[in-house]
Ligand binder design. Structure first.
Ligand SMILES: O=C(O)c1ccccc1NCC(=O)[C@H](O)[C@H](O)COP(=O)(O)O
Length: 214
């Protein structure tokens, strides 16, 4: 039995949710960001979420969302976690956690050592941290860019809350990522796609197998 947990993010079709669940993903992610090729409507996410079995966490990825959107989202989609992937402050993270009563995972972008202190404020308020590659300055998306960062920056790091490694992971590099960082949780989106927003069942299975044997 593997000690690794995987989140497959940016799912939009039932066959890809099923492939992720069948292959052993512990988290499935739905992206609510209109500019993203992975964007999904609240009603489509509801339909997918209703078919996810217990034991697999349904995660909504949101970017600087306001309460009106979050009220609508949480009223319709049965969620297990909110992933905050924008410029939410620690105070906003705490506010969202209190208002919706759901565990919150805060994504923090890392490009160099100067980005690491920001993590410390978030581990005090979030339930989990997603350590992701920082997007390039002119990127359209704050995440899901298929870019890695220098994993040595977080080698052997421990925080008081569980953390997930993200950014440019693939079936071919997850073993090295685990060996270098000691991460036990991995989040992937582009690496299981054939084109932006187009998930692929075989790539999902291949990544799950590589992560579980890493
Ligand atoms: O995936 C998106 O389109 C997206 C849009 C807005 C904010 C975040 C987004 N994605 C984040 C992720 O899917 C992952 O958590 C992470 O960034 C890793 O993505 P990838 O490098 O593509 O594996």
């Amino acid at each position: 039995m593997s000690d690794v947990s995987v989140k497959i993010c940016g799912l939009r079709r039932p066959e890809h949710v099923a492939a992720a669940v069948e292959a052993g993903a512990k988290y499935v992610g739905f992206v609510f960001f209109p500019k993203s090729p992975r964007n999904i409507s609240i009603e489509d996410a509801r339909a997918l979420a209703l078919d996810v079995p217990p034991g697999v966490a349904k995660v909504a990825l949101i970017v600087n969302a306001d309460d009106a959107f979050l009220d609508a989202l949480t009223a319709r989609v049965p969620l297990d976690m909110l992933q905050l992937h924008g410029a939410e402050t620690p105070a906003r993270v705490a506010e969202i956690k209190a208002r919706y009563g759901l565990p919150v995972m805060k994504a923090v972008g890392v490009a160099d050592a100067d980005d690491l202190p920001a993590l410390e404020a978030y581990v005090r308020v979030a339930d989990q941290i997603l350590v992701d590659a920082k997007p390039p300055k002119n990127a359209d998306l704050p995440g899901g860019n298929g870019l890695t960062f220098d994993w040595r920056l977080v080698a052997g790091r421990r925080w008081p809350v569980p953390w997930m490694l993200a950014g440019g992971l693939t079936a071919d590099n997850v073993r090295e990522a685990k060996a270098l960082t000691g991460a036990q949780q991995f989040d992937i989106s582009s690496g299981v796609e054939t084109a932006p927003g187009e998930k692929d069942t075989q790539l999902i299975r291949r990544f799950m197998s590589a992560a579980q044997s890493a």
